[in-house]
Design a protein around this ligand. Structure first.
Ligand SMILES: Cc1cc2nc3c(=O)[nH]c(=O)nc-3n(C[C@H](O)[C@H](O)[C@H](O)COP(=O)(O)O)c2cc1C
Length: 334
C-alpha cells in the first residue's frame, strides 16, 4: 500500500476509544504491514500501573485498522506481540490478500466515525436480546466472554463495587491529579477528555444505578456516595441500560489485546445498530475491587471491561479530539 493509504487506515485506527483518551500508541507502516507500538510517554502510572487498560485501548485500535482495511477490500492478519510478551511492539497488521467488501464490513467501517462514548442518560428503550447475542458471538471470536449483568444480585454487587472504587479514587490525590491532567477545556484539544463530554452535575445524582466515572472530582464539595441498598436509592424510573461485563481466561498482554479487539467489534456492531456505550471501568482499576468482582459474580477468568449500553439521547454530548495522523505514524522504506 502507498503511504497515503496507510495514513487513511491509521486515521481510522486512532478513532479507537482509549482510557482518558490517552491514545497510547505509535504506528510504523511499510509496504504491506503496519506495526502498533505502546507509547510509554502517554502512560497512566496511577490509574493503570500494569498498562492493562492502555493495552486494551491499543487492541481496539488494532481491530479498527483491520475493519478499515476490510472496507478497502483488503484481508489482513494480525500477529500479537511478534517480538515477545515484554515488548512494546504490541501487534503487526499484515495485508495478506484482497476480497470483495461485504455490506456488513462496510457498515462496521462506517460506524468507526459515528462511535463516541455517550455518558448522557440513555433513552428508556431496551437493547434487543438478539443484538446482545450477536455481541457475545463477536467477542467469542477473540477468546473474550461477554456477560450481561441481568440478575439483581449481580447488579447490586457490581454497582456497589463501582461506588466503592469511585470512593477510593476520589480519596487518592495522585489519582485525582492524574485524571485532571487529562481533562481538556480547549475545544481544539487533540487528546484527553473534554469537559463538555462529561456530566457537569454530580454523577451520583443521575437517574441511574450505574455511576459513571466522576471526571470533575475534587472540584465539588459533596463527597457522599450512594451505595446499593442505600435509603437514597434512585426512584423506580431510573435509566435501565444493558450492562455487559467482558473478560478473558488469562490476564496477560495477549488477553488484554484480544479483549480490546473484541471490544472494538462489540462497539462497532452496537453503533451500526444505533446503540451507544460508555465504559464503567472504575471497579476494574483496582486489584481489590477487581478481585472482589471475580468472587461476587463467580467469574471464570478475569474481568477486563464493563460497558453501559443503550439508545443515545438526541444530544449525546461533545466529541473528543485525536492527535493528527502525522504525529503517530512513520513510514519505513525497505
Ligand atoms: C480501557 C478503557 C477504559 C475506559 N474507562 C472509562 C470510564 O471508566 N468511564 C468513562 O466515562 N469512560 C471511559 N472510557 C472512555 C474514554 O474516556 C473515551 O474512549 C475517550 O475519552 C475517547 O472518547 P470517545 O470514546 O468518545 O472517542 C474508557 C475507554 C477505554 C478504552
Amino acid at each position: 500500500m502507498e503511504e497515503q493509504d496507510w495514513a487513511q487506515v491509521v486515521a481510522a485506527a486512532v478513532k479507537a476509544p482509549s482510557i482518558h483518551n490517552t491514545q497510547p500508541w505509535r504506528f510504523t507502516a511499510s509496504a504491506d504491514q503496519v506495526e502498533l507500538h505502546f507509547d510509554h510517554e502517554r502512560a497512566l502510572p496511577v490509574l493503570d500501573p500494569s498498562g492493562r487498560q492502555q493495552v486494551i485501548s491499543c487492541g481496539i485500535a488494532v481491530e479498527f485498522a483491520v475493519v478499515a482495511l476490510a472496507a478497502r477490500g483488503l484481508t489482513a492478519e494480525v500477529d500479537l506481540l511478534p517480538d515477545g510478551d515484554a515488548s512494546d511492539h504490541l501487534a503487526t497488521v499484515r495485508v495478506t490478500g484482497a476480497h470483495e467488501t461485504s455490506a456488513d464490513e462496510r457498515s462496521l467501517a462506517d460506524a468507526i466515525d459515528r462511535r463516541h462514548t455517550v455518558r448522557a442518560p440513555f433513552l428508556p428503550q431496551a437493547v434487543p436480546g438478539d443484538l446482545v447475542d450477536a455481541l457475545q458471538q463477536e467477542a467469542a471470536r477473540f477468546d473474550t466472554w461477554c456477560k450481561p449483568i441481568t440478575r439483581s444480585e449481580e447488579e447490586v454487587a457490581t454497582v456497589f463495587l463501582i461506588s466503592r472504587a469511585e470512593e477510593m479514587e476520589q480519596g487518592d490525590p495522585a489519582y485525582v491529579a492524574e485524571l485532571q491532567s487529562w481533562m481538556r477545556t480547549d475545544p481544539g484539544a487533540v487528546d484527553g477528555v473534554p469537559v463538555e463530554a462529561v456530566p457537569s452535575g454530580d454523577p451520583r445524582e443521575r437517574p441511574s444505578n450505574w455511576l459513571i466515572r466522576d471526571f470533575v472530582v475534587g472540584q465539588r464539595e459533596s463527597r457522599e456516595f450512594r451505595a446499593a441498598g442505600d435509603p437514597d436509592a434512585p426512584p423506580p424510573d431510573v435509566e435501565r441500560p444493558t450492562v455487559l461485563l467482558m473478560g478473558t481466561t488469562g490476564d496477560d498482554h495477549t488477553a488484554w489485546l484480544q479483549s480490546g479487539r473484541a471490544l472494538a467489534r462489540v462497539l462497532l456492531r452496537a453503533t451500526a445498530a444505533g446503540v451507544a456505550a460508555s465504559p464503567l471501568t472504575q471497579a476494574l482499576d483496582w486489584p481489590d475491587t477487581r478481585t472482589r468482582m471475580q468472587q461476587r459474580l463467580s467469574l471464570i477468568g478475569y474481568p477486563q471491561f464493563l460497558l453501559r449500553m443503550g439508545y443515545p439521547p438526541s444530544d449525546p454530548g461533545a466529541v473528543s479530539g485525536r492527535r493528527p495522523v502525522e504525529d503517530v505514524l512513520r513510514f519505513e522504506t525497505a
